[in-house]
Design a protein around this ligand. Sequence first.
Ligand code: 3PG
Length: 214
Amino acid sequence: MTSLSERLAARPVVPLVNDNDPERALATAQALEAGGLGVIEVVLRSEGALEGMKTMVARGQGMIVGAGTVLTLDQAKQVRDAGAEFIVSPGLVDEIAEFCLSEAVPFFPGTMTAGEVQRAYALGLREVKFFPASLAGGVPMLKALGSVFREMRFMPTGGVSPANLPDFLALDHVLACGGSWLTPKDAVSAGDFAAVTKLARDAVTIASSARGPA
Ligand code: 3PG
């Protein structure tokens, strides 16, 4: 089985799925995978999100499914029990970091300042989310952070789009970019999964030209 890091090295884009309907969330994830993106972050922002994640874990063959918007240690334990292969938080909470490190589950806490990145580093993390990427200073800020935190790898998310994706991916210390532009609400709610597949394909094309083919 391909590991998360291998998958991200080949296809450094992580689409966010935000849906209350578990079957539609699965269909969205399948559409993304058909477009070449098999690492899916299910954000816990609705009642049905956890069920959607479980549905993908059970039936989304070949996908690597993680949970995002994880705010508490209890939620981290819950998504881990439900099969999340990675965990993303908007900010950095020590007890979630410690839990993930002890479980050896990849954890991407949101950071946007040198102090936050340094705290993540001190906790033993070497990969963080950079959030909200565009508002936190975008590519210039990420360059500055990368120049001092030489061992850290970043996942910019928040305001990433096809327009700025190449610039983020051009940075060596960017592990992958995350975003919701791949799962637009109007297309998903209209059942237009072909549109989702096309957005995924376009992102793969952009990533390949920024990084070289997978
Ligand atoms: C996140 O959850 O990381 C962000 O809300 C995603 O931001 P985007 O909608 O700008 O991609």
